[in-house]
Design a protein around this ligand. Structure first.
Ligand SMILES: Nc1ncnc2c1ncn2[C@@H]1O[C@H](COP(=O)(O)OP(=O)(O)OP(=O)(O)O)[C@@H](O)[C@H]1O
Ligand SMILES: [Mg+2]
Length: 352
């Protein structure tokens, strides 16, 4: 049976969630495989949803006999690959900022990166560290995949196959779900899983138009938070990581205070307009667009919605867009970074 209400209990987000022990969890997991973050949601036996997250990144560091001891002592996750020591997940972000280097990232624009030779072994370890072992063999685990991008040639089949293999190897029965569909599962339960879910991530925007859980139109756009950061860096002459830092530190899109913030606001607005234009175009092309009996809700989720003023700018651009569908509300997920993983968990549990 499909769950109509959101999951019981509060969500707890932790790097190394101590409750994340198979024995303490109900069956079924949801794992959001994102360009920026890997997030796994599970249900504790008392009904609480537990979420475990890691940056989808690693960084090689110079190894000497002291480094390994120190990292072990500090409980920093690392591996040695071909004689190189690699720090994984959240610590890679910290190290990169301290040493003023860029992190290495296994994924780009929503897919396994063709430019990173160590992408596969690293992502395998990272996925294992957030998902953990199943409580029983063959436990269902839903994972997110991007919808086919409208503006880039990407191989969804390969990407999906790799993660099916990783999860199966861990003992799960893997099930792929399009990311926008997972947003509908987590955010539009009160709307009978009808409406438009948009996941605004680091590498992509994923859109899914759904009627009573059934996706009618889904696509992705190969632009997201990374695209904003790269463009801001280019036009203001600062490093990309600096642009990310300034953006995440707290910018109000409706009142930028300096040149960099101004650039951030310009690219954000451009990305939102572009997304609405593509949606309109796909609507006009599609023969599978349902005739919704009532005005629908647009639910936005993902890290890129976390900036102040996101919903206001989205509403402004929507109002000027002559949108071909009646929309009654545009809202942002209560917890944008974990919403996809929680939607995938709902799907996992509903399957039983
Ligand atoms: N407070 C914030 N303000 C603005 N942007 C933020 C904030 N926090 C995180 N982000 C951005 O959110 C993005 C990551 O979001 P998310 O974790 O949803 O992406 P992802 O799921 O890993 O990627 P994708 O779905 O595109 O593959 C990054 O671009 C990051 O810079
Ligand atoms: Mg995502």
């Amino acid at each position: 049976m499909m769950e109509k209400t959101k999951e019981a209990g509060a969500t707890r987000v932790e790097g190394e969630a101590p409750g994340f022990v198979p024995m303490n969890l109900a069956l079924g997991r949801g794992v959001d495989i994102g360009t920026a973050n890997l997030v796994c949601a599970a249900r504790a036996l008392d009904g609480e949803t537990i979420v475990r997250a890691q940056r989808n990144a690693f960084m090689d560091i110079v190894s000497n006999p002291f480094t390994k001891n120190m990292l072990t002592k500090l409980d920093v996750h690392y591996v040695v690959s071909d004689g190189t020591l690699c720090v994984l997940g959240d610590p890679a972000f910290e190290f990169a900022n301290i040493f003023n280097r860029n992190m290495r990232r296994p994924m780009k624009n929503g897919f396994i990166s063709p430019d990173e030779i160590n992408a596969l072994p690293m992502i395998k370890i990272l996925v294992e560290s957030v998902v953990g072992r199943p409580r029983e063999s063959g436990e269902v685990c839903y994972f997110s995949i991007p919808a086919e991008p409208i503006d880039m040639e990407m191989n969804v089949v390969y990407h999906k196959g790799i993660f099916e293999g990783i999860l199966r190897h861990l003992g799960y029965a893997p099930r792929a779900m399009i990311e926008g569909h997972a947003v509908v599962f987590s955010e539009l339960a009160d709307e009978d899983f009808t409406g438009i879910g948009i996941s605004c991530g680091g590498g992509l925007f994923n859109v899914c138009v759904c009627y009573k859980t059934v996706p009618a139109i889904s696509f992705s756009i190969s632009r997201g938070g990374d695209w904003i950061d790269e463009n801001v860096a280019r036009v203001t002459g600062i490093p990309v990581s600096r642009a990310t830092f300034i953006k995440e530190r707290g910018v109000d899109l409706t009142s930028p205070r300096n040149r960099v913030e101004e650039a951030i606001a310009i690219y954000y607005r451009n990305l939102i307009t572009y997304t609405l234009d593509v949606l309109k175009h796909e609507f006009s092309q599609s023969r599978s667009l349902p005739t919704f009996p009532e005005p629908v809700v647009i639910a936005c989720s993902g890290g890129t919605t976390m900036i102040k003023g996101f919903t206001e700018v989205f509403r402004e651009e929507f109002d000027g867009s002559d949108f071909p569908l009646d929309v009654r509300d545009i809202r942002r997920a209560a917890d944008p970074l974990t919403s996809v993983a929680r939607g995938l968990l709902v799907a996992s549990i509903s399957e039983k």
